[in-house]
Ligand binder design. Structure first.
Ligand SMILES: [Ca+2]
Ligand SMILES: [Ca+2]
Ligand SMILES: [Ca+2]
Length: 67
């Protein structure tokens, strides 16, 4: 059996990659920061739904912790 090149250019999906450029960096951090609601301010805006990384209907420190 030929064990030649078998590489995938696509890594695993990155849930914290908010702008979809396949890296998690300062740009994603700024998107998350712009979406921050804090624990008392309710659900994030629709545009920010993917910034709620732990899916608890807010964007706060625990989501930053996952970034
Ligand atoms: Ca990114
Ligand atoms: Ca959250
Ligand atoms: Ca939270």
């Amino acid at each position: 059996m030929n064990m030649g090149a078998y590489e995938s250019l696509k890594g695993p999906p990155l849930p914290a990659d908010l702008n979809g450029d396949c890296t998690v960096n300062d740009a994603d951090f700024r998107l998350l920061d712009a979406c921050k609601t804090g624990p008392d301010l309710g659900a994030p805006l629709l545009d920010c739904a993917n910034a709620d990384l732990d899916h608890d209907d807010d964007v706060d420190q625990s989501d930053f912790g996952l970034l």
